[in-house]
Every structure is written in structure tokens, then in C-alpha cells.
Design a protein around this ligand. Sequence first.
Ligand SMILES: [Cu+2]
Length: 470
Amino acid sequence: MNSRRDFFKTAGIAGGAIAAAAVSRVAMAALPEPVLQTKPDTMPPLVPNTGRPYNAVVTLNGWTLPWRMNQGVKEFHLVAEPVVREMAPGMKAHLWGYNGQSPGPTIEVVEGDRVRIFVTNKLPEHTSVHWHGQRLPNGMDGVTGLNQPGINPGKTFVYEFVARRPGTFMYHPHADEMTQMAMGMMGFWVTHPKEKNPLIDEVQRDFCFLLNAYDIDPGSYTPKIMTMLDFNLWTWNSRIFPGIDSLNVRLNDKVRIRFGNLTMTNHPIHLHGHEFQVTGTDGGPTPKGSRWHEVTTDVAVGQMRQIEFVADEEGDWAFHCHKSHHTMNAMGHDVPTMIGVDHRGVAKKISNLIPDYMVMGERGMADMGEMEMPLPDNTVPMMTGQGPFGGVEMGGMFSMLKVRKEQKPGNYENPDWYKHPPGTVAFEWTGSMPEPARFKAESGQSMPLAKPSKKDIEVQIRKPSGHSGH
Ligand SMILES: [Cu+2]
């Protein structure tokens, strides 16, 4: 049981064969052998070869936990433990998670399945698992002290319940939550419908990921757990752009994307190029009459959303949180706005004292993406990523939906950049430039002021550098 192995790596297999391999190796063992995954790659869907069939999900930069059937019960083994998570190439974080990763593996079951989950605690303190959103016996709900004693280090507990309703769920500890969730302990859970459900459509691609956040100082490895609002790494499945994989689909695929929010603030998730409908929440599928088209859906703390659309526009479409600070990485904080400030004189003087001195954001912050600023070890630039037209000035919660005619059904590989048909890319105007005609009412007012001021006042905008409230 202690001989952990990376099934994906050693067996070199994908999909349903993993579950079978896990079963045959441990058929006689009392506990299912824990399966580990150490790479942050997006693994192909784990096609079920035991139990009821379903269309498996794809976890962004994650994987699905194999199971074994034991006399009609689906058995999983979660191991809570310290892990090293690559958040983006060049940055590793020391987190806590499950089975080698943070977030832990996605658990997929079918409505009506009896599920048994062994949870082994390899953390230095007690833990528990709460099955967020599930209908289950009260004693299986995982709140330490209320529903069960904590699982002490070195101990294994057993949870068992029937997955009663189909939908999108999460799991996370309900023990020293502030620490354990700030350290990355969480995972996704999908319960597929057991038969055709009028509110749940068949889709060709079904993606899922968790929204999470960390506060890790540049150059260090471990999240600060006391942080409540001022996180500096806004992550999808503990990855930051450009480390988040793209969502690769075939033209005209029906696509479902599920996400759950385990950060401490809301995230308006925005998709370019398509309108979607919210077809499910934490409470299950939404009634058809409640659905309307939109391009952004806000996900509050503790909520889950599933969106659906037909990917009928080819291209590389941005998909991101619409809070602009959430598409920034660690270096973007506590920097005053310097747009329009001419520091030539002062910069010269300072650089006599500090040779590496660099003016931040005199023309906006876009320069930051390409600035070759010396970075401490183990961090990433605040916004980066190289697109076909140059630097993509984004970080954090940002990815792309890649829609391609040539993408084969069931193939999730990342295609090359979209080749735009001639004449369909925005281009530079090189003709003559007439003076803009200013609108007459500019600087006007609806009524004269009662006491007009003697001289003109001009305000320069300087955004507050604090982050309370986001
Ligand atoms: Cu956000």
C-alpha cells in the first residue's frame, strides 16, 4: 500500500485502462491502492470500464481518480498530504493536497452509485473531508467536531454514501479550514445522471476546474495562510496563466464547462466569441425557463456553476476572470499608478544610487509584460505569455478556448495558433488622419453651479494601492 506509483507515468496508458490496472494490482488488499499523479498536465478523460457508463469530464491541469468496484460499491482512496505543485513553468509551490496534487483528483460517479472513500491523513495535523453540496447521511458530512472526530495524522477514515443527485460538487476539509484551504486542499466531484435527464444535455466536451487563490511572496514557496483578501496568485486548479492549459474543442461541439469557487471573493468568469447558458448551479441542473444567454457569469464564494454553449466560431478565444487584478500574477501589487508622470529627472538621480532602478508603468503597465526585470527565484512575471502577435499581457485566471475544424472528436491536444483567414485580423490604419470632432457637450453640465470655483481644478487619477475588497 505504501508503494506509491504514478500510474499515468509508469503504465503509459490513458483512459479506462487505469481503473482496471489499479483494480488488478490490489484486488486482495483491504484498501484500494492510492493512485498518485505528480505532473500538472491535463489528463485525458478517464473512460469508465466498470460500473455504469457516462461521458467523462476533463479536469483542466488535473486528472480523475481511478476507483475499484468492491461488491457493487465504488471505492476510492484519497491521501491528504504535502505536495509540490508547479503553478506555471518556473514556479513551484509547496502546498497541501491529495494524491500528489493540489487540487486533488476529480472524483466521478453516477447518480445512484454507492461510494466508499478511504481518506488517509499524511498531514502534520488532523483533517476531514466535507463533500460540498451532496445529499448524504449527517455523519458523513465531514465537519470536524460536529459530524465526526478529526482524522489524526497517520489515520485513515472511511466515508460511505449514495450519490443521490446528479451535478457538480467539490470536496474540501472542514478542519482548520483557514490553513488547509489556503494551502490548497480541495478537489472537484461530478455525479453524472444515471439515465437521460431532460435538464442535462449530452455534450461532446465537458471540462471542470476549481477557482482558488494563494498568497506566496515572490521568491518563497509556501502560501501565507493568514491572508483573507490580499492574495497575489489567482489560480485555476492551482495554476496561473500562462501555465493554464487551453480548452481545445472541435468546431460545433457542444461544450460544458464546470467551475467551483473556493477563494474568498467572487469571480465574474467571461468567455469571448460565444454566448453561453448557465445550465447548472451548486443545487443541480437549472430549470430551462431560468436560462438566458450571457457572456459573463459571476461565481460567488462556495458556489459552483456549469455553463454550456455550441463552439461554432473558429479561433483562439480568451476565457478569463473579468476582475483585471485576477489576471495578474504576483508582481502586480502595491505599485502606484504612474501613467503620465514624467520621472526622467528623478529616475536619473535614483539610478546613480540604485543601478537597477526601473520606472514602473509610466506609459501604462503593458511594458511590464516584456520588461526584463530581474525576478527573484521561484516566481513568474506579473503578466506574460507569448501569443502569435506578441506578449499577452495577462496572468492569473486566464486561458483560451481553442475552436478548430480539424480537431478530432475526443482529441484534447493543443492545436497550433489559429490561422486567421486573410482580411479578418485588425490592422493598422495608414491613411490620412482627420482631427477628431469633439462632442459639443464635452465638459458641459446640466445646470450652472451655484458657486462657481475661481480657478480650474484638474484631477489626476491614482488608483488606491490597497486591495481590501477584491
Ligand atoms: Cu477573479
